[in-house]
Design a protein around this ligand. Structure first.
Ligand code: SF4
Length: 404
């Protein structure tokens, strides 16, 4: 645990509720593929979260968990990263329980996603304790791995804020100790004269002037020390904002690019709306789906002019086509000099080109499901080691099992 640099660690996760599609590829997963080149990444298959809205569909959750991992690998997620099922790392459930004890209900009830889902997912039973509490499970997911960065869409930012609030509350409740200032002074001395003075200067700069660069420099300095205990490291970190031991780090949201691709019916691309182009779609099915796509209703006939802004095909051109093709679409659509079939052809080619390497890799994994299973076994083993170390610290801070 000592030496974990939270600012370089990313936890990415996805609920297992269906096959992946182009919206995922050009939103979350494409971003993950880039992030893994720069950060230490953990990839979580959030199967327990699947039960928060679809508890009556265990087979769907199990199947889509496995298929999703195949899609991740086929899309370019490196199997050397820990990739694991949430349910195979029992520390998630345990930390969720402990954090539930200190999370005020009002923090969960006022989350916009809680209110919106209750209104938009009326076909699902959301009147469960699990659905209200899933942001606490999300907090546990990130805190277990001491991840400093969580890639999320804009709608999930409030959930990261709740995770930060929970970590802060935990540190406030269980990180305080009698004689903290003296313990901090002792910890500071262990840095040696020069670094101790530097730490003191940076702490003062941050506390007196709110100098964020000084805060970051102090944190980096603490992380570099391999000869001090975890408790002293926590005291030094906690001493920066004067709270006490900083047992759980606060994560920051890392905004994922928004995928502008619409579904084939013009609504948001979503499996539940049955309007997706999946990552393993065959070339023929891509042709069928794109050629069957809804277009601007104003183009009733070949000779009727239209407006690309009113057409879902345009959302694909914006992603896939170069400027000259986009200009051709704009001019051709508004003047009716091209038909919708002409306009869709470059999109069929672009999607098939985009998906071809994914299909090839997915076919290899389909032939060798044992390999995918092994990736998950190895990932769970790695994740458990990390998670257990955090949970030990959490329990120690809470005094659990202290009489043994
Ligand atoms: S020409 Fe292209 S952009 Fe215009 S309505 Fe047809 S498919 Fe849509």
């Amino acid at each position: 645990m000592l030496g974990v640099d939270s600012s370089r660690r990313v936890l990415s996760g996805m609920r297992s509720t269906g096959t992946l599609h182009l919206g995922h590829l050009h939103g979350a997963i494409g971003n993950w593929v880039q992030l893994q080149k720069e950060y230490e990444c953990f990839f979580l298959v959030a199967d327990l979260h699947g039960f928060s809205t679809q508890y009556e569909q265990p087979n769907m959750i199990a199947n889509s968990s496995f298929e999703m991992v195949m899609d991740w690998l086929a899309a370019g997620i490196n199997p050397n990263n820990p990739i694991f099922l949430q349910s195979q790392v029992p520390q998630h459930a345990e930390l969720f329980l402990l954090l539930s004890m200190i999370t005020p209900l009002s923090w969960l009830e006022r989350l916009p996603a809680y209110r919106d889902h209750n209104e938009t997912l009326q076909d699902k039973d959301l009147s469960t304790y699990g659905f209200l509490g899933y942001p606490v499970l999300q907090a546990a997911d990130a805190l277990l791995y001491r991840a400093g960065l969580i890639p999320v869409g804009q709608d999930q930012v409030p959930h990261v804020e709740v995770a930060r609030s929970i970590a802060r509350r935990f540190n406030y409740l269980y990180g305080r100790e009698d004689g903290f200032e003296q313990a901090l002074e002792l910890a500071q001395r262990k840095l040696g004269k020069k670094l101790s003075e530097l730490y003191g200067r940076l702490r003062k700069q941050y506390q007196e002037k709110g100098d964020v660069d000084a805060l970051l420099a102090a944190k980096a300095l603490i992380k570099e020390q391999s000869n001090i205990t975890i408790s002293d490291q926590e005291r030094l970190l906690g001493g920066l904002d004067g709270q006490g031991r900083n047992i759980l780090p606060e994560a920051q949201p890392l905004l994922s690019p928004h995928s502008s691709i619409l579904g084939v019916d013009g609504r948001k691309m979503s499996k539940s709306l049955n309007n997706t182009i999946t990552l393993r779609e065959t070339p023929d099915d891509v042709v069928k789906k794109v050629m069957g796509m809804r277009t601007d209703p104003a183009r009733l006939r070949r000779t009727s002019p239209g407006n690309p802004e009113n057409c879902p095909v345009w959302s694909f051109h914006k992603l896939y086509s170069k400027e000259d093709t986009q200009a051709w679409v704009q001019q051709g659509c508004t003047s009716a000099s091209i038909g919708c079939v002409d306009c869709k052809k470059p999109i069929v080619d672009a999607i098939n080109e985009d998906l071809q390497p994914v299909r090839i890799r997915a076919a290899e994994y389909e032939k060798d499901p044992g390999y995918v299973r092994q990736v998950l076994v190895d990932g769970a083993e790695h994740a458990q080691e990390e998670a257990e170390a955090t949970l030990d610290q959490v329990k120690e801070a809470m005094g659990l099992g202290r009489f043994y």
